[in-house]
Design a protein around this ligand. Structure first.
Ligand SMILES: Cc1cc2nc3c(=O)[nH]c(=O)nc-3n(C[C@H](O)[C@H](O)[C@H](O)COP(=O)(O)OP(=O)(O)OC[C@H]3O[C@@H](n4cnc5c(N)ncnc54)[C@H](O)[C@@H]3O)c2cc1C
Length: 336
């Protein structure tokens, strides 16, 4: 394990923003992780995974620590679920593909999401009608302050829509070293998301397998989202705002085309992409950053954009949506 100084993080974030880390270390074992933390001493530590949910708006004056701990392991089953342990450093999309290769369903709707397994609980990753919470059993972590090991159950994580305890009280306090997922032994396809059901129907599959669902999800994602290796981005840049029924009613009366999905609590989740498009920002640039022409929710780096340019565009889009609809958009990636 080496601690490097003054490292450009551009290769390590999918928005491809340049920002320098005062110190940088990659760790592949718990022993290396402890050694790196000992070297950091009282200095701040910032944990970096695949850098796919971050805006590096400035240099990072901290030890930037990348937990690359490997591991894919079947722990056993309880008659209803099989339990699978994944090291924090495993690439999420590869781990999903590996479970499918073993013939285990459960993660197919979450195929092709970038990033590492250790970050998946941070925002309770979700796609095509499924969130991590639905398959989550527990995680293992190390307390950055005390160095002690700690487990978090599903309840401890307090998952919500793109949310968990790791964005609140526990923010920046722990490094997640592994996650344990529970995959159903009796699998049923989750096709509640209309676009996904349509994609499966188009493929002419009457009784889809986990692999069929994964193939449909991958096809949809490849068509909708830009490849971050070619066009830097962080996926959906804003959360879909959730508004109460009265506001939704008023918005629908004024905008008959508005897209909203009723939630279990009676509120409505609006499609942020639709709001951005109506506010005139789909395919529009500000400086060297822009809102993607095929999906208005995705902010892209047109080449050498700075963190400041990304933040300026973020604020311009928020202001336009606020002015047009009176709705506040919240960025999904962490702004560093
Ligand atoms: C093209 C594209 C598509 C995307 N699609 C989706 C999608 O469909 N659904 C979705 O939910 N997200 C999506 N995302 C966002 C992103 O992929 C996920 O949030 C992913 O889980 C981030 O993982 P990461 O390893 O890149 O985390 P990073 O961006 O490196 O870090 C994100 C946060 O997690 C913390 N963190 C990372 N690793 C650890 C760890 N081991 N321990 C403690 N804290 C840690 C960081 O400090 C930071 O706060 C997409 C991103 C892109 C670029």
């Amino acid at each position: 394990m080496q601690v490097l100084k003054n490292v450009d993080l551009r290769p390590f974030n999918t928005l491809q923003l340049s920002a320098r880390a005062s110190r940088y270390a990659e760790v592949a074992t718990l022993a290396e992780l402890r050694a790196a933390l000992a070297l950091a001493g009282a200095d701040p530590v910032f944990v970096l995974g695949g850098g796919s949910n971050l805006v590096l708006a400035r240099d990072v004056d901290a030890l930037v620590l990348r937990p690359l701990l490997p591991g894919r392991e079947l722990l056993g089953d309880d008659g209803a679920h099989r339990f699978v342990r994944l090291g924090a450093g495993e690439i999420w999309a590869d781990a999903v593909a590996w479970t499918l290769d073993q013939g285990w369903g459960g993660l197919e709707n979450l195929s092709l999401i970038p990033g590492r397994c250790g970050a998946a609980p941070i925002q309770n990753i979700g796609a095509y009608g499924v969130e991590l919470e639905a398959v989550f059993e527990r995680l293992e972590a190390l307390d950055l302050r005390s160095g002690e090991r700690r487990e978090f159950s599903r309840a401890d994580c307090r998952f919500g829509y793109r949310d968990s305890v790791f964005k609140h009280e526990a923010a920046g306090r722990y490094v997640i070293t592994a996650i344990v997922l529970r995959l159903p032994l009796r699998w049923t396809a989750r096709l509640g998301y209309r676009e996904l059901a349509e994609e499966i129907a188009r493929a002419g599959v009457a009784e889809p397998t986990p692999r069929d669902v994964a193939a449909a999800v991958i096809g949809l994602r490849e068509r909708k989202l830009p490849d971050w290796r070619r066009l830097g981005n962080a996926g959906s840049f804003f959360k879909n705002p959730v508004v109460d029924a009265a506001l939704f009613g008023a918005l629908r009366a004024a905008n008959p085309g508005i897209v909203g999905h009723e939630q279990a609590d009676g509120r409505f989740k609006l499609a942020a992409g639709w709001l951005i498009e109506q506010a005139g920002w789909k395919g529009r640039d500000l400086g060297r950053a822009g809102m993607f022409e095929r999906q208005a929710l995705v902010l892209v780096n047109r080449g050498d954009a700075t963190g400041a340019e990304v933040l300026a565009l973020c604020e311009a889009v928020r202001a336009a949506v606020r002015e047009r609809f009176g709705v506040e958009l919240e960025p999904e990636p962490l702004i560093v």
